[in-house]
Design a protein around this ligand. Structure first.
Ligand SMILES: NC(=O)c1ccc[n+]([C@@H]2O[C@H](COP(=O)([O-])OP(=O)(O)OC[C@H]3O[C@@H](n4cnc5c(N)ncnc54)[C@H](OP(=O)(O)O)[C@@H]3O)[C@@H](O)[C@H]2O)c1
Length: 315
């Protein structure tokens, strides 16, 4: 099978497409014929290992010192179950599934094996009938991560919610989820993404290139800072956000805490999708062979929603 191998930490060019052996599922694992994956902000972080010294050291001890121990990167997948281990109970051959691989990575490949039981090493769920593999691969990242941050906010109907970085993979999910809760949602993004964020249901969109959100006088009950680390002066943004919080308001950054990987979050996403209350935002689609190009684009820090990689056997 074809897979993308990360040969060392570094720029997009460290990623190489290679032919390697297809994996076999262990007793509690399913083997998935992967139809689509996505290049996430986390993949870029893992590829570069570009972090402050201590954090970087801990990261390398955990993931691999000179290169990732599992050289096949990729956190999200959507595909069809090709075979199951002898003790698998919840899934069968032919099921359309999607999910998150967590610390085991491995989704930049035509086949991958994953346990049917959720853990830090991943989770999976069945896909809605009308969801395409591309949509599922795009939706999985936000679908698994966003609920953790929203639950921390404990948003109530009618509360004022501000989402900074509303046009990214997590931001586009946050906007739609917060609207489904019934919050009054303001999104912040750059000029070119204003219409996109409006189309997702935001009540108001602030263009950070033209307007300073702290000057409107509005106080928010919950501010979700969804701008990835390194793309903004976090300390300054945190201080600005705190100034615009209501008395009981909360500020949370997407870099606070470690989200659990729950299959239940994907089931919740399925329900929203089936009711027409959630749509996956796809900016561009690439092939596995175009992985370097796809990473270069994500490196810009300004993708709209998600970047999908389609596998050859999905054509
Ligand atoms: N806590 C955890 O365990 C955990 C787990 C997974 C991920 N994460 C974090 O989540 C990140 C990935 O998030 P994502 O995929 O949603 O990112 P993304 O798709 O790249 O979105 C980035 C967002 O930030 C905005 N942005 C970029 N530069 C900006 C700037 N200078 N000023 C203001 N806004 C700016 C972008 O808007 P415009 O393009 O319109 O400027 C966009 O809305 C990772 O990098 C990691 O930091 C954390």
């Amino acid at each position: 099978m074809k897979a993308v191998i990360c040969t060392k930490y570094g720029p997009p060019e460290v990623l190489q497409v290679k032919e390697i052996a297809k994996p076999n599922p262990k007793d509690r694992e399913v083997c998935i014929k992967n139809m689509a994956t996505a290049v996430t902000g986390s993949d870029v972080l893992i590829r570069t290992a570009d972090m402050p010294f201590l954090l970087g050291l801990m990261f390398r001890l955990m993931i691999g010192f000179f290169k990732p121990r599992n050289p096949i990167l990729g956190l999200v997948f959507a595909g069809e179950i090709e075979s199951t281990g002898k003790d698998v109970k919840g899934f069968q051959k032919g099921d359309r599934v999607y999910g998150f691989t967590g610390y085991s990575f491995g989704a930049y490949a035509e086949f991958l094996c994953i346990s049917e039981e959720e853990s830090k090493r991943g989770c999976l769920a069945s896909m809605p009938v009308h969801m395409s593999y591309e949509e599922a691969a795009a939706a999985a990242y936000g679908g698994v991560l966003a609920p953790f941050f929203l639950e921390k906010g404990n948003i109530q109907k009618g509360e004022k919610v501000l989402i900074y970085g509303a046009s990214g993979a997590l931001g586009t999910t946050f906007v739609q989820y917060a609207k489904n809760i019934g919050a009054d949602v303001t999104g912040i993004c750059s000029t070119k993404n204003v219409e996109l964020v409006k189309s997702l249901g935001a009540d108001r969109v602030i263009d950070y290139m033209k307007e300073d959100f702290t000057e409107s006088g509005v106080l928010y009950d919950f501010i979700l800072d969804a701008v990835p680390n390194g793309k903004i002066n976090r300390k300054k943004l945190k201080a600005q956000c705190r100034k615009t919080l209501s008395a009981k308001g909360k500020y949370i950054s997407i870099d606070d805490g470690s989200p659990p990987l729950k299959a239940q979050y994907l089931v919740q996403l399925n329900e929203l999708f089936e009711k027409g209350k959630f749509k996956a935002v796809i900016d561009k689609t690439y092939t596995l062979e175009q992985i370097v190009e796809a990473h270069k684009y994500v490196d810009t820090g300004h993708k709209k929603g998600n970047i999908v990689i389609t596998m050859e056997h999905n054509k």
